[in-house]
Design a protein around this ligand. Structure first.
Ligand code: NDP
Length: 250
């Protein structure tokens, strides 16, 4: 029986790259999308072309109250593949934000919390009995928790919380031999933040100057790193924050 992954935010960017990298390694994936159903269905077709299986489910992580219904849908999706558990959970879905400490609105703070911490916390809680003993949970943080990017205070603080959560969860799940790690990508050329890293020439150059390897990351480079961290060779890495940035602001 092959491994099964659940990846949030697999319709675009890093999540899509992770789904495809996993497919190349023979891992089947149930991934989520939010607004881009068409893109999600195209990813399913790409996975199938690689010889693996995928299903795309709708999820809005800004509405944690919908997670109970999502988990029911997830169980149905697993049953379609004649399995009752999955092996890897990648908590990737997310959005960026720009604000200062002075002008961050309560609404923005609540949204960042709901998407990047509350939904992750509750999705793990509600799927714990569905994750295989010996499985893996991989959360997605950001390089911005280690270095300061002006304007990212709300986003980065809450991503920082997911790093603390990762260590605590790794300790709790040790008896079940489930490892829990957090990957912290550096600036990567995706649609994120309106495609700023990819499309804004000035920002792209500033990032390039701050990265030892001289350019921003590509989604595939993060997707490959995610698949690597889920591979059996990484089974002894646990409770760690792994930065994947080409050496940003070393
Ligand atoms: P993209 O904007 O390219 O993709 C975001 C993904 O998340 C899409 O699949 C999108 O679904 C999904 N998503 C967005 N909002 C919601 C929501 N409310 N509910 C459910 N799903 C949602 O971003 P990236 O791939 O670049 O970012 C992925 C993760 O990586 C995020 O957690 C981000 O914080 C983190 N990160 C990104 C970096 C970068 O420079 N790109 C650097 C460091 C960390 P849909 O397409 O259907 O709308």
């Amino acid at each position: 029986m092959g491994k099964v992954a659940v990846v949030t935010g697999g319709s675009r960017g890093l999540g899509k790259a992770a789904v495809l990298a996993l497919a190349k390694r023979g891992v089947d994936t149930i991934f989520t999308y939010h607004r881009n159903a068409t893109a999600a269905h195209a990813v399913v077709a790409q996975v199938q072309a690689l010889g693996a299986k995928a299903q795309a489910l709708h999820l809005d992580v800004s509405k944690p109250e919908t997670l109970d219904d999502f988990v029911i849908t997830l169980h149905t999706a697993l049953r379609e593949w004649n399995v009752s558990t999955f092996d890897f959970l990648v908590n990737n879905a997310g959005i960026g934000s720009y604000s200062t400490a002075a002008d961050t609105s309560v609404e923005l703070l609540d949204t960042m919390y709901a998407i990047h911490l509350k939904s992750v916390f509750l999705l793990v809680q509600k799927t714990l009995d569905t994750i295989t003993d010996g499985g893996r949970i991989l959360n997605v943080s950001t390089g911005l928790t280690r270095f300061v990017g002006p304007g990212h205070i709300a986003y980065a603080c809450i991503k920082g919380a997911i790093e603390v959560y990762t260590r605590y969860l790794a300790q709790e799940l040790g008896p079940r031999k489930i490892t829990v790690n957090v990957i912290a990508p550096g600036a990567t050329a995706t649609d994120f933040n309106g495609g700023a890293v990819r499309d804004n020439e000035v920002y792209n150059k500033a990032v390039s100057n701050a990265v030892a390897l001289g350019r921003p990351g590509q989604a595939e480079e993060i997707g490959d790193a995610i698949a690597c961290l889920l591979a059996d060779e990484c089974r002894w890495i646990n409770g760690e924050r792994v930065e994947v940035s080409g050496g940003q602001r070393l």
